[in-house]
Design a binder for this molecule. Structure first.
Ligand code: SF4
Ligand code: SF4
Ligand code: SF4
Ligand SMILES: [Zn+2]
Length: 455
């Protein structure tokens, strides 16, 4: 028996035209079903647990709409991105790609770095233009993620980072595979001096068998060396970014969280990104080679033996409630986690505050614990060492465990795109939702990527 629970628009995986889609429930799983008059029907599982899926809508905050937009009235979402007048949510993170060259050649690369039919390695004035787009269209505080390809292959990256800071971009994350910063501590020092706040650090597991599959070479020693170097240099936080692939590292998520806890306070978060099917991933996807957010949360609960429960994950309520989930924990001296977030708190009472708070959190993340836990607790004895020690520790030894379910041409839907807060900056002064920027048709034709970088 199947129950229809909503409608949306989606893309035909063959021709990339906008087509109508329904969301249905079957055996407690939520599916998106869509038909292209020319190319047929697709039915793809997007969620496990229908009641949970529906309940999450109550966590939807009033969006904080963009104050400036590059595109007017949209004719055909998602073919007129920019942002257009229809788009609901402002930018929390702007992704600026500074090269499509890379010192690795990963089979799972969504940026299709190296050998993908176009070459993108802009000069510094072109990059200044992309930062200017952020300054012109995004309100402060602005957070830029410098991405690629591999940004650290650029010797002028410190100069690029400093330029961004001088232009008024408050928070800079650098996306990296760790190869350069693991091998070249002097370069790392230059990045810190230039003002890098955070590394968005590719990390697939603690076992080289995983790296052989995801990156084509053993990398765990190098990853550890890079983390050690960042700790030595100081002043930069690390978020471990894990591409989760069923059959490769889905059964390692618990171990990755334990590794992250042992590496606090340098490591501040783990961000899981279930594989999405774009770029050069060679296999036509099925429901079995995807993992959705509830499945991931369940794995985390099982593999951490309940230290972090599925219920500790809440939507950030900034993007669409089915796009992400996040938890925050204090790391205790034995490296176990003490979670501070729980769904049991229920939907927020004042939903219009959340977008603001989440955005602030992006730019001031390091101070988040201080803000939320600071102040004396009047009910406590001043000499309560246990409590005071806990508060002191919470300010440095905390860990966010979060996930974002990127959409591909099979799973994507307007209901989520139009609320996206992670935007890629183009050369023609547009901001494109990250998932759409990377969407490709079944034959590899890109929706936006090549159009943007091959002119
Ligand atoms: S995704 Fe947003 S910006 Fe793009 S066309 Fe749709 S509403 Fe407009
Ligand atoms: S390190 Fe990143 S950019 Fe380079 S090939 Fe791998 S996934 Fe692509
Ligand atoms: S990047 Fe994709 S998954 Fe993330 S918020 Fe935007 S639409 Fe949602
Ligand atoms: Zn079609």
């Amino acid at each position: 028996m199947s129950e229809e629970i909503g409608t949306t628009d989606a893309l035909c995986p063959e021709c990339l035209k906008t087509i109508h889609a329904k969301k249905i429930v079957e055996n407690d799983d939520v599916y998106i079903v869509k038909t292209c008059p020319e190319h047929g029907t697709w039915k793809v599982k997007i969620w496990s647990g229908a009641e949970h899926y529906k309940y999450l809508y109550e966590f939807a905050a009033v969006p904080k709409t963009p104050t400036k937009r590059a595109v007017g009235d949209v004719r055909d979402c998602p073919h007129d991105c920019g942002l257009c007048n229809r788009h609901l949510q402002h930018s929390c993170v702007n992704v600026v790609e500074v090269t499509n060259h890379c010192n690795l050649n990963c089979p799972v690369c969504f940026a299709t770095a190296n050998g993908c039919g176009y070459d993108f390695h802009p000069d510094i004035e072109t990059i200044r233009g992309m930062f200017q787009t952020v300054v012109d269209f995004v309100d402060s505080p602005r957070c830029v993620q410098i991405s690629g390809g591999e940004p650290t292959i650029r010797d002028d990256l410190p100069e690029i980072v400093k330029m961004a800071k001088d232009m008024g971009i408050e928070h800079i994350e650098v996306n990296t595979n760790g190869v350069r910063i693991g091998n070249d501590i002097e370069y790392l020092r230059k990045l810190r001096e230039a003002g890098v706040d955070d590394f968005y650090f590719q990390f697939d597991g603690t076992d080289d068998a995983i790296y052989m599959k995801t990156r084509g070479r053993p990398m765990f020693d190098l990853k550890q060396q890079a983390i050690k170097n960042v700790a030595e240099v100081g002043g930069i936080g690390i978020t471990l970014v894990v591409t989760v692939v069923p059959g490769v590292n889905l059964d390692h998520v618990g171990e990755i969280i334990r590794f992250a806890a042992r590496n606090t306070p340098t490591v501040k978060g783990v961000h899981f990104q279930p594989i999405f099917h774009v770029g050069r991933y060679p296999v036509d996807p099925t429901d079995d080679n995807r993992v959705n957010l509830p499945q991931l949360a369940h794995e985390i609960e099982v593999q951490t033996k309940g230290m972090l429960k599925a219920d500790n994950f809440m939507p950030t309520s900034c993007s669409n409630v089915h796009c992400d989930m996040k938890s925050l924990s204090v790391v205790l001296p034995d490296y176990s986690l003490f979670p501070l977030t729980t769904m049991a708190l229920g939907p927020p009472a004042k939903t219009d505050d959340i977008a603001n708070k989440t955005r602030k959190e992006v730019s001031e993340f390091w101070r988040f614990i201080e803000v939320s836990m600071d102040g004396e607790d009047e009910t406590r004895d001043k000499d309560d060492h246990t409590w005071n020690t806990f508060i002191k520790r919470a300010k440095t030894h905390y860990l966010t465990v979060s996930a974002m379910a990127f959409q591909d041409v099979w799973t994507g839907e307007t209901e989520r795109w139009e609320r996206c807060c992670i935007h890629v900056v183009t050369l023609d002064r547009k901001l494109i939702p990250f998932c759409l920027f990377n969407t490709t048709a079944r034959d590899g034709t890109t929706l936006y990527r090549k159009k943007t970088f091959c002119q």
